[in-house]
Design a protein around this ligand. Structure first.
Ligand SMILES: [Fe+2]
Length: 289
């Protein structure tokens, strides 16, 4: 009861139907079930949930995340925070406490949807900014439901039949990382996903593609590459994009079933950026057309 008195939850639209900001709540404490239900409903409907001005320990971040489902641990253990395996930390702070000029994951600079290389990809990602750069290091989100609904009938029919091979090893190579080891490859083998997937909470349909998607099954490579580029160019047009400019204490939760995102560059030698994420487990995509 006390939490209800302290929290005065207000929901504010970010970009039309895409994204919502929750105001007047403190998510470092256990949520009242009524508040948690409203946040879940807003998230299901608007795909991105922003909560600013928070102060979250890793424990509080994990506890908040558990309101939305079971958490998962990244397939590659180099990403874990040793003390909290559910937390994946991206930081450019060196041992001396200063920016070290190394980007923690250049793969995040390409449009992608988290863990689309898994048979059961991440449902949602919940990212919290412990330190935010003064310039750059934003996150851009594209609305894949909006992008799907802007397609003509002929494209919708064609896209419904297409399947895409997703492969973490190849997307890492494209971002300049070395080949994964044999055991890493065994843990993350390529998977085939539908190009159009159902968004179960709303019954709407979303384009499902991003940098882990490598090729259309059964399509000549050049045609496949050209088609992927055209689809991603369409889906990431400014009309479908919300860009989040991080401040310390921001938390952003996004729906990987219906969005893609990418980070923007920042000066890793000067600007500190420390973000922590948790991931909510998802189900195998349901093909829709
Ligand atoms: Fe990501």
């Amino acid at each position: 009861m006390a939490t209800q008195l302290r929290d005065r939850l207000e929901l504010k639209a970010l970009k039309g139907d895409f994204g919502i900001e929750a105001l007047g709540i403190d998510i470092s404490r256990p949520l009242d079930p009524a508040i948690s239900d409203r946040l879940r409903a807003a998230f299901d409907r608007h795909r991105i949930l922003v909560v600013r001005g928070q102060s979250l320990t890793p424990e509080a971040h994990i506890a908040f995340s558990r309101n939305f489902g079971e958490l998962e641990v990244h397939v590659l253990n180099e990403y874990h925070k040793p003390t909290h395996p559910e937390i994946f930390e991206l930081s450019n702070i060196g041992a001396d406490g200063r920016p070290n000029a190394v980007h923690p994951d250049r793969g995040t600079l390409f449009w992608h949807t988290d863990a689309s290389f898994q048979a059961k990809p991440a449902l949602a990602t919940i990212l919290y900014a412990e330190r935010a750069p003064a310039n750059g290091g934003h996150t851009m989100f594209a609305d894949m439901i909006g992008a799907y609904e802007a397609l003509g009938q002929a494209e919708r029919e064609r896209f419904a039949k297409l399947r895409v091979r997703h492969d973490l090893n190849i997307s890492r190579l494209k971002a300049g990382y070395p080949e994964m080891s044999e055991s890493q490859k065994r843990n993350a083998p390529p998977v085939v996903q539908p190009l159009v997937r159902l968004h179960p909470p709303t019954g709407r349909k979303a384009i499902y593609l991003g940098s882990h998607g490598q090729e259309f099954v059964g399509m000549p490579p050049l045609e496949s590459l050209g088609m992927m580029e055209r689809i991603m160019n369409h889906a990431t047009e400014p009309r479908f994009v919300y860009e989040h400019v991080w401040r310390e204490g921001d938390l952003v939760m996004w729906d990987n079933r219906a969005t893609v995102h990418r980070g923007t560059e920042y000066d890793t030698a000067v600007e500190p950026r420390v973000v922590r994420r948790t991931v909510i487990k998802g189900d195998a995509p349901i093909a829709a057309g």
